[in-house]
Design a protein around this ligand. Structure first.
Ligand code: TYC
Length: 110
């Protein structure tokens, strides 16, 4: 007959072994950059259409970008962030605007 304490030790070992599997993916901030030519209404429309912001949220972010030079449109995993950047830049260019969208690593997430 085995000691029941052996079994308790086995359970503890399994629980600690599983913990490293619970890991969130690295996240990226999608930024809009200011320029002197893109109309404010166009930037607000981009934030509503591509980043699912309300009119109020979109206007606030657009004005932050206008006065501060850059602002965060959204935070995503790398593949989604890269797709947002390319879709938004292609869309702005197709409408004749120089609006720049880019990404950076979200440091908060480390
Ligand atoms: N600065 C632009 C203007 O005065 C507006 C603008 C806001 C442009 C945000 C780009 O990402 C931007 N028309």
């Amino acid at each position: 007959m085995s000691d029941p304490k052996d079994n308790e030790l086995d359970i503890a070992a399994v629980v600690t072994e599983r913990q490293p599997e619970i890991k969130r993916p690295p996240m990226y901030r999608v930024l809009l950059l200011n320029d002197d030519f893109t109309p404010m209404d166009f930037v607000v429309m981009v934030l509503k259409r591509h980043f699912h912001k309300t009119s109020e949220q979109a206007t606030k972010i657009m004005l932050d970008v206008h006065y501060e030079g850059a602002g965060v449109a959204g935070i995503y995993t790398s593949e989604i962030a890269e797709t947002k950047v390319s879709v938004v830049n292609d869309f702005a260019r197709s409408e004749g605007h120089p609006l720049m969208c880019t990404l950076e690593k979200d440091d908060e997430d480390e």
